[in-house]
Write a protein that binds this ligand. Structure first.
Ligand code: SF4
Length: 290
């Protein structure tokens, strides 16, 4: 089986240091909306000054390089054991090259492993065999501050006055954004999952974040909900880094899943402005980065 270690290393370098153009563009649009001279405009200006410097110097876009979360879709015949080894080797190399900050801390001893390798869950790697002939690896670097302000609620929820419908989902999402204030490093992008069990619901909420920022949900009801949530979250006036202003979120992506009759989970994964994600497609001898 082909050794993709150096390709995974490049995927990590790009994710950590080269913010996707659509995110940068969205931040530029947000800055243009803010009042000139305001704290919000200043925060976005600082962010936008740093983005090209990070790209040019191959240095991290943010000092917290987050949890590396890989989603690998592979054709029949590949070994997930070998792919996992290659991803882990690439992760350690990326840490040695300072593309990643050493972030893997033993939860009992408090000791940092120093190379971003922890147990089987760090880095997080999801595998799925597909019928495609190409291998696709999506990587997201999920910052700790924004992960801390994610939320999961079992509906109905009396405190929020939220029932088991899209109106209830709306209340959960807006409550999560309100509670986060600036702590998630706004402006954020929200991945929302409706349904599933607790585990699959959080998983799907992160998967939803891989959708392009400007796309439209194919389900008209969810598309309308995404638009409404984006507008209403921005009316909360939390603003960039919590400084107040027009832009609290850059977008909302909602995924609906089947659920047990007894359960109705809503999971919100909050992604900070440093929405670092990249994809790699391996087609025969060719490797393409998106
Ligand atoms: S939440 Fe995001 S922007 Fe904030 S410190 Fe962490 S990685 Fe950086």
């Amino acid at each position: 089986m082909r050794d993709l270690t150096s390709s995974f290393l490049e995927l990590i370098r790009l994710a950590a240091t080269d913010l996707p153009a659509e995110v940068e563009h969205s931040l530029q649009t947000a800055q243009a909306r803010e009042a000139p001279g305001s704290a919000a405009a200043g925060a976005l200006e600082t962010i936008l000054e740093n983005v090209p410097l990070a790209r040019q110097n191959s240095t991290p876009v943010c000092q917290d390089t987050g949890t590396p979360i890989f989603y690998v879709k592979f054709p029949e015949g590949w070994s997930t054991r070998k792919l996992r080894d290659q991803i882990r080797q690439a992760t350690a190399q990326a840490t040695a090259l300072s593309y990643l900050r050493p972030n893997a801390v033993d939860s009992v001893s408090g000791k940092n492993s120093g190379n971003n390798l922890g147990d089987d869950y760090f880095p997080t790697i999801h595998f799925e065999e597909t019928e495609e002939q190409t291998l696709t690896a999506d990587l997201m670097l999920k910052g700790g501050g924004c992960e801390n302000v994610g939320a999961q609620v079992s509906l109905p929820n009396a405190q929020l006055g939220a029932g088991r419908d899209l109106g209830g989902v709306r209340k959960v999402v807006l409550d999560a954004v309100h509670k986060a204030q600036g702590k998630g490093c706004a402006p954020g992008i929200l991945g929302v999952a409706i349904g599933g069990d607790r585990g699959s619901s959080y998983y799907a909420s992160k998967e939803a974040l891989f959708r392009p920022l400007q796309d439209t949900n194919p389900d008209p009801k969810l598309a309308a909900l995404e638009e409404q949530l984006t507008d209403e979250a921005n009316q909360l006036a939390i603003g960039p880094m919590g400084f107040g202003g027009e832009t609290t979120v850059l977008g909302v992506k909602v995924k609906s899943m089947h659920r047990l009759p007894a359960s109705f989970f809503v999971s919100v994964s909050y992604m900070c402005w440093a929405y670092r994600h990249r994809s790699m497609v391996v087609d025969g001898a060719d490797v393409t980065y998106i």
